[in-house]
Design a protein around this ligand. Structure first.
Ligand code: PBG
Length: 332
């Protein structure tokens, strides 16, 4: 016997074919950006705080990026581990033209001219204090002095051939300053992907382990945002848009889907979301314990970020996800 029920939403879910037709959100390799860690020397090293990730030596970094690009991933973002003896209170190594990052940019662009190379602009890997900005005697993070150093860092990356610079420092006014510094030296085609809404998050823990870049004292709450705030994200994003950002980022991604959605509805710029190290590790460890199906949870986490409104996603799962998309083994 049937109910008199003319409206049955289940009709649109009754087969894989019809689900394909009505699916609202797509995920493909072109939406993914692979963050990569790198270090000096001739050998790569597994990262103990991030199982499945490596700190690559230059040669193997090029190989890894090539594999990602061959899978359809358009971009990588570079995170260097800087040797302790090069870390200083002024973070001068960050604008050394012969430093690890400029050499990596050159090697990557020479090997794969069509791969977009994105660099992180912030001082924490270079700063003996482990902060994204310069630290004053009394522990305060100096805004304007930091911005001047960030400009030198971004120019150094642009000169080496970076396509996009991504300031992750959360200092005030850095997007306008970077745009001006780049334009003055005729790098008008270098884009700025600003970490517009970057929260002071415990989900960054494993990443700081990977780079040995945790703050020596204090926390990052005077520059990164309070996880309780949403309106403030719109304020930050609006400023970055006015200052000339090309792409805005929300970070972390999963716990901040409402922020992604809010910015998507309010701002016309493309939105990036960063599925950070702690999000990666929670899925990895649950899967390693046999508690969740890694491939399915990864897809669901990424399609959720896309559905919230992110155009592109930085994720340590980028290669795995792209490989499954290519092989046609994604179960939707
Ligand atoms: C630092 C930076 C951080 C991440 C990206 N750039 C850490 C921090 O702000 O402390 C975190 C990425 C991750 O956790 O995956 N400028």
């Amino acid at each position: 016997m049937s109910l008199a029920l003319p409206i049955r939403p289940r009709r649109n879910r009754r087969s894989a074919a019809i689900r394909d037709l009505v699916r609202e959100t797509e995920l493909n390799a072109g939406h993914l950006i692979l963050p990569v860690f790198l270090q000096e020397g001739g050998t790569s090293e597994p990262i103990s705080s991030m199982p499945g990730c490596q700190r690559w030596c230059l040669e193997e970094l090029v190989k890894e990026a090539g594999e990602a690009h061959a899978l359809g991933i358009p971009a990588v973002v570079l995170f260097p581990r800087i040797a302790d003896n090069l870390k200083t209170p002024g973070a001068e190594e960050c604008f050394n033209p012969d430093g690890l990052v400029p050499r990596a940019i050159k090697a990557l662009k020479a090997a794969f001219p069509t791969l977009l190379v994105i660099t992180d602009v912030a001082l924490d890997p270079y700063n003996s204090d482990g902060h994204d900005g310069l630290v004053a005697e009394d522990g305060r993070i100096l805004n304007d002095e930091t911005v001047a150093v960030l400009c030198r860092q971004a120019l150094c990356h642009a000169k080496a051939g970076a396509d996009i610079v991504a300031p992750s420092d959360m200092m005030d006014g850095r997007v306008a300053a970077l745009r001006e510094a780049l334009d003055m030296e005729a790098f008008t085609d270098v884009s700025i992907m600003s970490y517009a809404a970057k929260y002071a998050s415990a989900y960054y823990g494993p990443f700081r382990g990977a780079l040995e870049s945790a703050p020596k004292a204090g926390d990052k709450k005077t520059y990164q945002m309070d996880p309780a705030n949403a309106r403030e994200a719109l304020r930050e994003a609006t400023l970055d848009e006015q200052e000339g950002a090309d792409i805005l980022m929300v970070k972390p991604a999963g716990p901040y889907l409402d922020i992604i959605s809010h910015l998507r509805g309010s701002i016309t710029l493309p939105i990036a979301a960063y599925q950070v190290s702690g999000e990666y590790l929670m899925i990895k460890s649950a899967a390693a314990a046999g508690w969740v199906d890694e491939a399915k949870v990864v897809y669901e986490s990424l399609i959720g970020i896309r559905r919230a409104g992110a155009d592109m996603i930085l994720t340590y799962f980028a290669k795995d996800m792209a490989a499954r998309l290519r092989a046609g083994t994604v179960v939707r």
